[in-house]
Ligand binder design. Structure first.
Ligand code: SF4
Length: 401
């Protein structure tokens, strides 16, 4: 390996299969047809071999799609392969702060899978609960019920998972504030360490978007959605949680370390179709198509679709836009050390305007969104984006050879 290439401490693995497509989902995923899954896993194993020498992971994240849709046998092979390719994993999994997350759909959790995952070092499960109301789950096109989610939570606990995240969606058509509050109270009572709550978005070309266009469903008003978000913050704060990112709240010390690294602009390797990564200043994305991904790897070609290195100014802008999503905001000295730029020199006017509009707070040392700014985070982030020249490359930035 080129000695100038740094070791990367964070790995994302994308599993692009789902039991069925949810009505609101625009992510890339396909039904888990066995022959396709097997071909995909063989290709994924080869991509992992190419990047393994760069890795000494402190966090791993299996996302998708639905990683838990893999059978026990498939999961076991993948986990054993990771351990075989990255010998440091064995000692890492017992070290303090090590985090290995898997996203799971309640319809695909079993005691055997849960035990297997724990045995290989997976110590955090992120469960797509979405709602504890079956009517709303059906409206979202989820393949599970609220009872299945409750059962999965018990199964994960029994297998030894003591770090659980539940994902929820709010502002679902027809959802009342009372239903949302009941779901939240039920969630809190089940003792998770982390919650992620997202306002429903109507993505182009999804069944829900088409229903909206055909007036088959009615979008909840923005004020209702804001009130639901604020109620969530109140109820969870009473239970000891704190918001650390726009959509994420956690008990102290249970913030998702993998995501924190990404939002803070740290390096990470992504493997699998449509996975993104950021290494040695290069941001890359793999081809978002299973056939193209497998074909490239079978031809011994890198599966990257696009790899670019932003100019230092553009990189600083991207970093600021990401970091502002976190409640900690941007610490001016750390930002200057990381990027070589002073915040107030790069964006003197934008920052003045945003302070004036009470969207950000700036005390000369730290820049943070105000509570009102958090509601308009995407708009605020746009003010920091710098469009500049980029370099591109055709190799896989994370390959060790
Ligand atoms: S399970 Fe997740 S990734 Fe799969 S279709 Fe539903 S929302 Fe999309």
């Amino acid at each position: 390996m080129n000695p100038q290439r740094r070791i990367v401490r964070h790995l994302y693995v994308h599993i692009p299969f789902c039991a069925a497509k949810c009505n609101y989902c625009a992510f890339y995923s396909e039904p888990a047809q066995e022959a396709r899954v097997e071909r995909f896993l063989a290709a994924l194993a080869r991509e992992i071999e190419h990047v393994a020498a760069r890795l000494e992971p402190e966090t791993l994240f299996f996302g998708g799609g639905t990683p838990s849709i893999l059978t026990e046998r498939q999961l076991e092979r993948l986990l054993a392969h990771l351990h075989g390719c990255i010998p440091s994993l064995e000692s890492r999994i017992t070290s303090h702060g090590f985090e290995w997350t898997i996203e799971m759909n309640p319809a695909t959790v079993s005691p055997e899978k849960a035990r297997l995952l724990r045995a290989f070092g997976v110590n955090r499960a992120s469960l797509g609960v979405q709602s504890f109301d079956d009517t709303l789950l059906k409206r979202l096109g989820r393949v599970h019920t609220a009872a299945m989610a409750q059962e999965s939570i018990a199964t994960l606990r029994e297998a030894g998972f003591d770090n659980l995240n539940f994902d929820f969606i709010f502002a679902i058509p027809g959802q009342t504030s009372t239903q949302w509050e009941q779901t939240l109270r039920q969630a809190i009572a089940m003792g998770p360490q982390h919650l992620s709550t997202y306002e429903l978005t109507y993505e182009d070309d999804t069944p829900l978007f088409r229903q909206l266009e055909a007036r088959g469903v009615t979008r909840l008003g923005e004020e209702t959605a804001i009130a639901m978000h604020e109620r969530m913050l109140e109820l969870t704060a009473e239970a000891g949680f704190h918001q650390y990112e726009i959509s994420n709240i956690a008990l102290p010390g249970r913030e998702c370390r993998h995501n924190l690294n990404t939002w803070r602009g740290g390096d990470y390797v992504g493997v699998g179709p449509s996975a993104c990564g950021f290494v040695d200043g290069w941001r890359y994305r793999n081809v978002p198509d299973i056939d193209a991904y497998v074909a490239r790897i079978e031809r011994s070609e890198p599966p990257t679709d696009h790899a670019e290195r932003l100019s230092p100014r553009a990189h600083a802008g991207e970093l600021a836009a990401f970091a502002l999503r976190m409640n900690e905001g941007i610490e001016a000295t750390a930002f200057e050390r990381q990027t070589g730029f002073r915040l107030d020199q790069l964006w003197p006017e934008a920052m003045g305007d945003l302070v004036h509009q009470k969207l950000v707070e700036w005390d000369g040392k730290r820049l943070c969104l105000t509570p009102r700014g958090r509601l308009l985070a995407d708009t605020v982030a746009e003010a920091f984006i710098i469009v500049d020249k980029t370099e591109t490359c055709s190799h896989h930035p994370a390959y060790a050879d």
